[in-house]
Design a protein around this ligand. Structure first.
Ligand code: UD1
Ligand code: CA
Length: 430
């Protein structure tokens, strides 16, 4: 269905008390505006975002993922308010859906009923026990006659429980007729988009209210709302993956980025975070593990492991307090307390407890390459760049500063000696 979409994102978001523009505050890994644009792009080939406050920063943040979204700048100084935001835009299609940029839980599916209906104005409403903060919807004889902002309400209007959810589908000619007639004669001295409703009604236009479920239309105005929206988003994400075959233990304690994906049967223990564009295939993430932008396949990770960006781990067992960064591990066991950074480690290799790749010399980062069936003893330091060939043994406590040839034992230790009677000489007694 041909539809133009306008996303309002020019407001300052004062109630967030933040340097960061409100619509860029992240929810489950992505700026909240991202979700709104996703929903908009699913419905339309003509999406415009209206910006003003920190427009450069917002433009930059969305350019990569939404290159074909149009950007419009509101003439905020002369025409503040949601009505001002929609003025002087051009629309390709005869129906225009207006969305708020601070509604991260909205989906194309939730918007569908508004778009499907035929009326001069289709508007989203819901009933709230506590309607405070929202515009009240005045209904007379089953028809919407006006939307009154809370600050302009009479005491009687304040008691109305039906509120404006803030999403509308207009006929283009309705917008074109009434936008120029808006005034800022109200408590906030702003041009209210909502005033179009009463003007259109007076001229006998058909205004259709559509009751929507509150969750998808929740607006984020404060950091409290932000946390609540993220909780709801997490529930959706977890449910999606559980339905796809992922077992979750105490799901409420698990955080999953909206860009992360799971393939096949996976198991996730309590307290796990899966961040960024991670891909987890047939693996078990044990309790309190953190995975960030990593690709993990047929492996068990943790408890309490940290897998950082650029890691590719296959058929491996990573144990507690092991940190892996930008490394490729295939068929590897690293059970305890290690740092493996900028490394490539091949099949059948065992990494002893306390092994450290010394990948950084204060200036550059260097690689450690470890071959097949290598036994790295505990407390080994591998000073990169360094290569350990197949079928070698590194003795516990060794500092590896040269490439280790195939089949060799590498050992660097000062010989152990005994000084007899030293304890009592030092501490006295006997
Ligand atoms: C608005 C509605 C209210 C509705 C509520 C639902 C109006 C006048 N009021 O109120 O009836 O119940 O949404 O959430 O429309 N914006 C601009 N330019 C501006 C001002 C705002 O682009 O000059 C954008 C904001 O960035 C935001 C959206 O419009 O995304 C809504 O603005 P906001 O100030 O949050 O409106 P509410 O007071 O919540
Ligand atoms: Ca709002």
């Amino acid at each position: 269905m041909p539809l133009s979409v306008i996303v309002l994102a020019a407001g300052q978001g004062t109630r967030m008390k933040s340097e960061l523009p409100k619509v860029l505050h992240p929810i489950s890994g992505l700026p909240m505006l991202h979700y709104v644009l996703d929903a908009a792009k699913n419905l339309s080939d003509d999406v415009t975002v209206v910006l003003f406050h920190q427009h450069e920063r917002i433009r930059e943040a969305i350019a990569h993922d939404f290159p074909d979204v149009h950007i419009a700048l509101q003439d905020h100084a002369n025409y503040p308010g949601t009505g001002g935001a929609v003025m002087n835009l051009s629309f390709r299609h005869d129906k225009v859906l207006v969305l708020n940029g601070d509604m991260p839980l909205v989906t194309a599916e939730a918007l569908e009923p508004l778009v499907r209906e035929e009326a001069d104005i289709v508007m989203s409403v819901f009933d709230l026990a506590d309607p405070s903060g929202y515009g009240r919807v005045v209904v007379e004889e089953g028809e919407v006659v006006a939307i009154v902002e809370e600050k302009d309400c009479t005491p009687k209007q304040k008691r109305i429980k039906t509120v404006n959810a803030g999403v509308y589908c207009f006929k283009k000619e309705v917008l074109e007729r009434y936008l120029p007639l808006l005034s800022d004669d109200n408590a906030q001295k702003e041009y209210y988009l909502t005033d179009i409703v009463s003007m259109a009604r007076r001229e006998g236009r058909h205004i259709l209210p559509v009751w929507v479920e509150e969750e998808s239309f929740k607006g984020v105005n404060s950091r409290f709302d932000l946390a609540h929206a993220e909780e709801l988003m997490q529930r959706r994400i977890r449910e999606k993956w559980m339905r796809a075959g992922v077992t979750m233990h105490l799901p409420e304690t698990i955080f999953i980025d909206s860009r992360a994906a799971f393939v096949g049967e996976c198991e996730i223990d309590s307290g796990v975070s899966v961040l960024g564009e991670s891909l987890i295939t047939r693996s078990h993430l044990k309790t309190h593990t953190v995975v960030e932008e990593a690709d993990i396949k047929d492996s068990t990770i943790g408890p309490m492991a940290r897998i950082r960006p650029g890691s590719v781990i296959e058929a491996s067992q990573i144990g507690n307090f092991v940190e892996v960064k930008k490394s490729r591990l295939k068929g590897v066991k690293a059970g305890h307390l290690s740092y493996l950074g900028d490394a490539e480690i091949d099949e059948g290799t065992n990494i002893g407890a306390g092994t450290i790749t010394c990948n950084y010399d204060g200036k550059g980062k260097y690689k450690t390459i470890i071959g097949k069936r290598v036994f790295i003893g505990s407390d080994t330091q591998l000073v990169a760049p360094v290569k350990v060939e197949d079928e070698t043994i590194i003795a516990a406590g060794t500092t590896v500063t040269k490439d280790v040839p195939k089949g060799a034992l590498a050992i660097s230790r000062t010989p152990l000696k005994f000084v007899s009677g030293f304890f009592h000489r030092f501490f006295g007694g006997r």
